[in-house]
Design a protein around this ligand. Sequence first.
Ligand code: CIR
Length: 256
Amino acid sequence: MFKHAIVRTPGTTLTRGITGHPELGAPDYERALAQHGAYIRALESLAVEVAVLPPLEEYPDSCFVEDTAVLGETWAVITCPGAPSRKGEAEAILPAIREFYPEARIHRITAPGTLEGGDVMRVEDTFYVGRSARTNDEGIRRFQDILKPYGCRVVPVALREVLHLKTGINYLSGRRVLVSGEFTGHPDFAGFERIPVPPQEGYAANCLWVNGSVLVPAGFPQTEGALRALGYPVLPVDTSEYRKIDGGLSCLSLRF
Ligand code: CIR
């Protein structure tokens, strides 16, 4: 169960967020704000208390708070984002983390290590970590050292196509994962029940399991139908403006 979430309101500079898909155009700020509000309400409807942080105009991608920390029940890890323009976001999330965790349980990934939370997928006490353009071996090693005393296991996963691990695979519950592209047949996840999203709905692999329900990006009927058929209550949430800068449902919050 998640009791809390932390989100950050996007700033107007969101329109300059990093993107691998410039052909989609820049996000519409007003629409992005409205979508952010609806996202918060969806989490609240699932009994999650949401802490909303103020915009950080100097960091265009700072609404994607998931990348700045990894949060367990009793510990927190502040990451070291691999994207140069996002490095300062890690320091900026600290005050919010201190509201929930004692200093001795707040750990840090430091340079030359890099790690972004979008590369970390938790399955109970195992943390799968994508080795990506944003997360390097040193970052994964450091993450492993931090988590070991807490009895958690870290499994590195090499990525080929996606930005972050959770761009292409997300844990639902009951050893079930939603997968797209390279994860459809990935050997590291052979022990899971894999729910494939069709190639034209690849973006919807980034769904978010929250307290028994699943938030699904709006506009992906086959994925939505597959989840409903599995018995999950489904909440469609429109993330069209975040998609333009490679963001999805999970990136927009830290949940714990
Ligand atoms: C970036 O490239 O860093 C942002 N435009 C998107 C971050 C998405 N975050 C995530 O998947 N966890």
